[in-house]
Design a protein around this ligand. Structure first.
Ligand code: UP5
Ligand code: MG
Length: 204
């Protein structure tokens, strides 16, 4: 993809930190295209005829990172589809080609591959709070979400993967001065106000 024509913001953060929630708000106000790697994998998992369904389910339940070839292909396809279709709504023409990539990259190999082969991100929005807060949010959501990984056992595994495998990615971008960290412990609106300020400052 031509970096001149598209803008990519990576939205990272621990399980249940509030990545998807903040992305939904940004979509409404700015017309971004929101691509959640987890959502794309869950859709692929249940797509009739997918050869990866069982494998994806296993990885997600175990809180492990699906091999990057699968996830990067899904993201690339979704980006191409977006670019070849008209803007999401009248008035959003100027936002066409602006992507929020949520929950990716969460392993160093993915980060290096995507940066080199797909495109570089403008910056990383790092949504962060404590494990206690994340646990409470995920258990609450688990009552109705139907997600295979919203149970105590999977959540513990997701936390471990986040610390061991995904935090190094955040630190990698942080060293390059590319990370904006937002504390997502307060209520959604308070967090979103801070997110907006950062987005406005960086994208104008
Ligand atoms: N909530 C949100 N913000 C709140 C606030 N400020 N105050 C109070 N409540 C708040 O939020 C979670 C819950 O908290 C919701 O009920 C919300 O209302 C409430 P949400 O916005 O959904 O949080 P989010 O950070 O998006 O949490 P999610 O569970 O989606 O994060 P994960 O990173 O765990 O999940 P994801 O879907 O990204 O990945 C799932 C799995 O897919 C991974 O574990 C992995 O196995 C696999 N995967 C890969 O293998 N590769 C990838 O590249 C990506 C994923
Ligand atoms: Mg999410």
């Amino acid at each position: 993809f031509d970096a001149e024509k598209i803008t990519v913001i990576f939205v990272l953060g621990g399980p249940g930190a509030g990545k998807g929630t903040q992305c939904d708000r940004l979509v409404k106000d700015y017309g971004f295209k929101h691509l959640s790697a987890g959502d794309l994998l869950r859709a692929e998992q249940t797509r009739p005829g997918s050869t990866y369904g069982a494998m994806i389910k296993e990885y997600i339940t175990e809180g492990k990172i699906v091999p990057m070839e699968v996830t990067i292909k899904l993201l690339e396809n979704a980006m191409s589809d977006t670019l070849s279709s008209p803007p999401s709504a009248p008035g959003w023409e100027s936002s066409h080609g602006r992507f929020l990539i949520d929950g990716f990259p969460r392993k160093m190999d993915q980060a290096l591959k995507f940066d080199a082969a797909v495109c570089q991100s403008s910056f990383v929005l790092f949504i962060s709070t404590t494990e206690a807060v994340m646990l409470e949010r995920l258990l609450e959501r688990g009552k109705t979400s139907g997600r295979d990984d919203d149970n105590r056992e999977s959540i513990t595994k997701r936390f471990r993967t986040f610390i061991e495998t995904s935090m190094p990615v955040v630190d990698y971008y942080r060293k390059r001065g590319n990370v904006v960290e937002i504390d997502s412990s307060p209520p959604v609106d308070v967090v979103y106000d801070k997110v907006r300020v950062e987005i406005d400052q960086r994208l104008g």
